[in-house]
Structure formats: structure tokens, C-alpha cells
Design a protein around this ligand. Structure first.
Ligand code: NI
Length: 403
């Protein structure tokens, strides 16, 4: 059993509260987009550096890896990774906060400022007890969670999970509208894969009153949108979640003109990798078939996005139990799975681990707006809680984790 208690970790985090708020506000007021997180990265490096944690930079362009070798580590002792994502979104902030974005058109509307802060907070707590750590902790501050190909995949390609090899990984994401500091877990597939669909249908434009002289891409597009809906409604096990949404359709200019082409865009979400691949073939067949019938030509691009996020059941139970120990049963909830996507899934393809939700605060707690909303805010009381929880999970894993 660990010598240190979860209360020690909470107390250590509370002592750093002011610093955590300072870091979060600095990041919040200076949001940087995917793969451009230069100042965020510099701040992460300097915090880790001050703590005496060895840092590797230039990983995935702006990513930072901190390596904290414990004083009680032995040959073959475990290595656990904690992840914080750093990028902001192309949204114009409307919170009116005194520390709102100073970069027009850019905003931390997905809480990644707090994720980075909490990962650094965990580093502060764990570096304080480094002599007692029976293993290694890696801090992965990654770029570009929001934009393909996903910073996580590039971090992995650049060796973030190697040297020493990571045995387990943990990450967290703020959950809007959930009570501040409540923590939600789900074992298994918690989030979906997300692929982007880009289709251009090319016909031959002409006068709308003489359709026999044209090849109409609009009627083809209408038929195709309907046809694509059959992929999910008729070809997937009703007990298996999948979504195909056509979210954009663009073509035409006036009531009396048949246009040359129509563009269609959408997203395919799935929880099952095998079905996901077969859906790609069905999409291609559907596009090919409908266009052939209508005499149109097409371009189809299926841009591969993140895989489904699969939380390891053991690691999830372990983190959930850690949260209960630290915050009490009333603060822990079972999170429902959802069809959003998250590039943390890439790490979980390589090593076991889990990704949990931390409540960002309810409306009553002053938190308005959902994720990716210009009014999105978090309750800052979660900063020490999320820091302490990450640190406690990592410490407990090194002390008593699975062999
Ligand atoms: Ni996010």
C-alpha cells in the first residue's frame, strides 16, 4: 500500500492553487491553434524545467515530454504517462472574462488550457515526492488534439511512448454542465472514430427548363444523401452505435439554372473498427452506384480521422477507485459513451489506460456554454482537483499497478 494518502495529494495541489490559476489564465488569454502552440509549449517547458524534470522538446513540432525518474525506481519498474493537450480553437471568445483571449478568432473553448495546467499541476505534486516514486512518470504535453492527423499520432511516431516504454497512460477532459470536480468514467469504447467525407458530384449544367439537355448533379445529390442513410439504418447491428451525417451540401445559384456540380460533406462515426472499414466500401459503392445511374461523375475522399477511444477496463476501474479514494463516492459518476472523437484514442491503441471526464461546473456554478462554444468557461476549483487526481493515479499505479 502507498505510504502517502490521497489527502496528501489534494493538500499539495491546494498549496499550488494560485500558481495553477495563474498558469491557466496565462494560457487562456493566449490561445494558440493546432501545431502553433509555441508559447504554450515554452511555458510547459519552463514549468517542468523549474521542477527539475528532464524535458524533451520538438516532439510533434510543439510537443513537450517531461520525464520524471523516481528516486525509488529499480530496473524493470513501471512507467506511467499523463497527458495534457495544448491547442485552442478558431472561435472568437465571448465570455467577457478579464483573462479572455487576446488573440482575435482564437479561443480555448475546449478546456485544453486547463488540461495542460492540470498535467503540469500533477508534475508539481509528483516532483515534490520524487524520492518516493518507485518508477517513472512521463508528462505528455501534446499539440493539435483538434486537427487531423491529431497531435497524439505524431507524438507516438516521434517516440513519446518509448524510452522508457510507457506501461499505462491516463488523460482527462473537462465536461461542461457537470458539477465542478465530479469525475466520470466508462470502461470500453467511450468515444467514436470520426472520418470526414468529401464528395463532389459533377454533371453538366444548363437551363432549368430544359433538363433533357443537362446532367443534373442536384437530383443525384439528393438521391445520394438518402442512399447513404441506408448504410447505418440497414447495415449495422442495431446494438452497435454508428452515425453517418451529411452536414454540408453546396451547389446551384438560381431558380433557372442547373449547376455543373454539387459538393457534399459529412462525417462517419463508429465504435467498431471492422464495421468502420466496411462502411468505407459501402460509401464508395453507394456514390459509384448513384452517380452511374444518374450519368454524373464524382470525386470521393474519405479522410481518415481518429479511431474509436477504447478505455482499458482494468485501468478504468483502477482510476475510478483512485477517484473514489480521493474525492468520495458522491463525486464519481458513470459517464455514458458518446459519438464525439478524441485523439487520446491513439495512445490507447498502443498502451492500456483510461480517459475520464472532470466536471467543468454547472450553470449555477457560473459555467455557460458547451464545448466549442464561444461562451464556454470552467470553474477554476477543478484545477487543483484534476492535478491531484492525475498525480494520485500515477503514484498509485507505480506503487501497486498491474504487473
Ligand atoms: Ni477537447
Amino acid at each position: 500500500m502507498p505510504n502517502l494518502t490521497p489527502s496528501d495529494f489534494l493538500a499539495a495541489a491546494m498549496r499550488r492553487n494560485q500558481r495553477l490559476v495563474e498558469i491557466r489564465r496565462t494560457l487562456h488569454s493566449n490561445p494558440e491553434l493546432a501545431f502553433e502552440e509555441y508559447e504554450t509549449s515554452a511555458l510547459a517547458q519552463s514549468v517542468l524545467g523549474e521542477l527539475g524534470i528532464e524535458t524533451l522538446t520538438g516532439i510533434a513540432k510543439t510537443g513537450v515530454v517531461g520525464v520524471l525518474r523516481g528516486g525509488a525506481a529499480t530496473d524493470g519498474s513501471r512507467c506511467v504517462a499523463l497527458r495534457g493537450d495544448m491547442d485552442a480553437l478558431p472561435i472568437h471568445e465571448e465570455t467577457g472574462l478579464p483573462f479572455a483571449s487576446r488573440n482575435p478568432g482564437k479561443m480555448h473553448a475546449c478546456g485544453h488550457d486547463s488540461h495542460t495546467t492540470m498535467a503540469l499541476g500533477a508534475a508539481m505534486i509528483l516532483s515534490e515526492i520524487r524520492d518516493q516514486l518507485p518508477g517513472t512518470v512521463k508528462f505528455l504535453l501534446q499539440p493539435s488534439e483538434e486537427k487531423l492527423p491529431g497531435g497524439a499520432s505524431v507524438m507516438i511516431a516521434d517516440g513519446a511512448l518509448a524510452n522508457p516504454p510507457v506501461d499505462a497512460i491516463f488523460g482527462q477532459h473537462v465536461a461542461p454542465m457537470a458539477p465542478a470536480g465530479a469525475v466520470g468514467f466508462f470502461p470500453g469504447n467511450m468515444m467514436a472514430s470520426a472520418d470526414e467525407l468529401y464528395i463532389t458530384i459533377r454533371g453538366r449544367g444548363g437551363h432549368a427548363a430544359m433538363p433533357q439537355l443537362s446532367v443534373d448533379p442536384i437530383i443525384t445529390a439528393c438521391e445520394l444523401v438518402t442512399s447513404l442513410q441506408k448504410i447505418v439504418s440497414r447495415n449495422v447491428d442495431p446494438f452497435q452505435p454508428a452515425v453517418l451525417t451529411i452536414a454540408k451540401i453546396e451547389g446551384g445559384s438560381a431558380t433557372n439554372i442547373i449547376p455543373d456540380e454539387v459538393k457534399i460533406e459529412g462525417t462517419l462515426r463508429a465504435m467498431n473498427e471492422e464495421w468502420r472499414r466496411s462502411a468505407h466500401t459501402m460509401i464508395e459503392n453507394s456514390v459509384k452506384g448513384v452517380c452511374l445511374t444518374n450519368g454524373t461523375e464524382y470525386d470521393l475522399e474519405i479522410r481518415l480521422g481518429y479511431p474509436a477511444l477504447n478505455n482499458d477496463p482494468w485501468a478504468t476501474a483502477f482510476a475510478q477507485e483512485s477517484a473514489r479514494q480521493m474525492l468520495g463516492q458522491q463525486a464519481v459518476f458513470d459517464a455514458p459513451p458518446m459519438m464525439g472523437a478524441e485523439d487520446f484514442a491513439y495512445y490507447l491503441e498502443k498502451v492500456p489506460g483510461t480517459f475520464w471526464w472532470i466536471g467543468a461546473g454547472t450553470r449555477e456554478q457560473g459555467c455557460m456554454g458547451g464545448l466549442h462554444n464561444p461562451k464556454f468557461t470552467i470553474h477554476e476549483s477543478i484545477l487543483p482537483i484534476g492535478s491531484a487526481l492525475m498525480a494520485w493515479v500515477a503514484y498509485r499505479y507505480l506503487v501497486e499497478g498491474k504487473n
